[in-house]
Design a protein around this ligand. Structure first.
Ligand code: NAD
Length: 276
């Protein structure tokens, strides 16, 4: 890969901070964007201390003004954006049901916080759709302007397993990631004449601080949901953030020059397995 300016959103987080470090080791200049300034700066410092070039930039991917200000800073300090990784994303508890399936007795369950489909709050659903879908669209509107007509530019979105088949309990997150996958294909076609490739990663199950309590008990053993996931993952383990590096370098590099509009599962075989 020729040396590029790479902009990653959500790069103060677990997965994209790992991708930011890996891309910097390839010699690229890195803009680490995150809602949390401290988290962005920490990753940028780590890259700079390791001999790379990075800046931490606070941004809200849901606010165009904030993205335009970030672009101005990045353009003046690093140059025009060659590669955009849309990593900011996540779920919201108000868009999540308590149980995987509705049972008749759920309708009379008075446990505090217990939620059936009928209790889902549209604000949680909107939050999740906005963060994952609008939070991918707006940064693309801002940073893809740098890429028009320049060689070797590309966009990498972050979808999920639940975009192929929805996971129980999380209809909002599943629908939002399905929108990200669909948008990846739409944008790949839309940008095909101006030289911008658009692809996505679909990570399987990665044990991170956000889901550790859901998937593992205090003693490190698996919860029932953790067990179900591992049982459905032919390779028999959770992913590690480092498992995403190879596919990211490939999709963002010259080796993928004729690859656009694909959503690549990195999932230990989860999406290939029927469960039987
Ligand atoms: P994470 O929570 O560690 O990182 C997400 C980062 O996004 C955080 O640092 C957060 O501050 C930032 N962010 C949140 N809202 C923002 C906003 N409005 N503007 C700018 N930044 C914002 O999550 P992660 O596990 O590293 O996930 C990264 C991406 O991968 C997400 O899109 C997630 O949906 C997706 N994903 C994760 C997994 C997994 O198992 N962890 C699996 C599939 C897909």
């Amino acid at each position: 890969m020729n040396k590029k300016v790479v902009v990653l959103t959500g790069a103060g987080g677990v997965l994209c901070s790992t991708l930011a470090l890996a891309l910097s080791k390839e010699g690229h200049k890195i803009a680490v964007l995150d809602l949390k300034k401290e988290a962005a700066d920490k990753v940028a410092n780590e890259i700079n201390n390791a001999g790379g070039t990075a800046i931490g930039v606070v941004v809200n991917v849901l606010e165009k003004e904030s993205l335009l200000a970030a672009k101005e800073e990045i353009n003046s300090k690093l140059g025009p954006c060659d590669i955009l990784v849309n990593g900011a994303g996540g779920n919201h508890p108000l868009g999540t049901t308590s149980n995987p399936h509705l049972e008749k007795e759920d309708l009379t369950n008075t446990t505090e916080g217990f939620k059936t489909f009928f209790d889902l709050d549209s604000s949680g659903i909107q939050f999740t759709f906005n963060l994952n879908f609008i939070g991918t669209l707006l940064p693309t509107q801002v940073f893809a302007q740098d890429m028009i007509g320049r060689a070797g530019c590309s966009i990498l979105n972050i979808s999920s397993m639940n975009a192929f088949t929805p996971l129980t309990k999380i209809p909002a997150y599943s629908g939002a990631k399905a929108a990200v996958s669909n948008f990846t294909q739409w944008l790949a076609v839309h940008f095909s004449k101006v030289g911008i490739r658009v692809n996505a990663l679909a990570p399987g199950f990665f044990l991170t601080d956000q889901n550790r309590a859901l998937l593992t008990e205090n003693d490190g053993s698996l919860t029932p949901r953790g067990n179900t996931i591992i049982g459905q993952t032919p390779m028999g383990r959770f992913g590690t953030p480092e498992d995403l590096i190879g596919t990211t370098l490939w999709l963002c590099g010259d080796g993928a020059a004729f690859v656009t509009g694909v959503v690549v599962p990195v999932d230990g075989g989860f999406s290939a397995f029927s469960g039987v």
